[in-house]
Design a protein around this ligand. Sequence first.
Ligand code: COA
Length: 349
Amino acid sequence: MATTVMGSGFALGEHEVTNEALKRVCDTSDEWIKERTGIATRYYVADGTSTSDLGVRASQAAIADAGLTASDIDYVVFATMTPDYYFPGSGALLQTKLGLGKVPTLDIRQQCTGFIYGLQVADALLRAKAAKRVLLVGAEVHSGFMPWRDHGMVFGTTDARPTAAEYEFNTRYRDRTVLFGDAAGAVVLTSSEGPRGLLDVVLHSDGQYAEKLYVPSGFKFRPYITEEMIKEGRHIPEMDGQRVFRVAVSKLPEVVHEVLDKSGLKLEDISLLLAHQANLRLNEAVQKALGLPDDKVYNNIQKYGNTTAATIPILYDECKKAGRIKPGDLICFLALGAGFHWGAALLRA
Ligand code: COA
């Protein structure tokens, strides 16, 4: 028996946001963003749409794609770093909005690697017969941590403009804010007989890097957020971008080799690499280090930016629906993100 994907789907924030639109709130340029990251557009939710709402839309698409209805799902694993509330997690909210009944929901928080961790968790649940059909969701509303006070300025739906002080404050975070978009991706997983399915997962974490990419507020502080902290921007992620980049360039190719070795497979066996989308330049460096040709790699950061836990299921769904994943293909999922957590998984389509 192996864990197979029955269906997949994704959803995007309601507003497309171009690089030009971000110039209304901070000092940046289309050239800089494209040159350093590859990103041309990303999507932000409309005011009021939450992470669980996006998760619901992606899940409905995945459940329909699987030819199932909500009552067929008996477990939810929800990966996000931007939950609707500090607590509870978004899994229970999604369960109720989708009308799944009282099935268990498990929230996991491995950021960009959330989906790959989720695959291993779902696989273990299925093997342990704790579930028959697991809905694995990755969803994020990053626009909630953007420094500007009014998203209407970005959407072009208001005449308001940032004050000089706000513009300066927003610009302080431009190396991060331009990267992220809001989205959700979901898959329905089950156990099937036959050669298809999840072959292996290799995961790692290293907490020595925790403060290289993190939000410096939380329950370590009393109270956990103050007006002073907000003025200091401590509700916005801190990121040592160059350090993240350097660690990722070295760890990502390594973990691909590790998962291949574990499965007794070779690089040439990979049909398609679906790597987390944090930076196109980073993915190009990883592709080069692995020596994979362009037709074995798919990137979509140009359209969506970095969507953290949503990225990998979106890549999968786009490739599946575009006919880039054929029966028998070997798909390699790959990610590194805050924690740091990183890992790779092999799926026989
Ligand atoms: N627009 C215009 N200029 C910008 C900018 C923006 N959005 N962001 C930064 N800059 C400027 C900086 O102020 C700096 O200017 P200076 O040379 O005058 O001081 C210059 O560009 C270089 O900034 P730097 O932050 O060193 O750029 P970089 O080449 O490291 O690129 C990242 C920044 C974030 C794109 C890059 O480090 C990266 O992608 N890192 C990995 C991120 C990642 O994987 N995160 C994990 C998420 S899961």
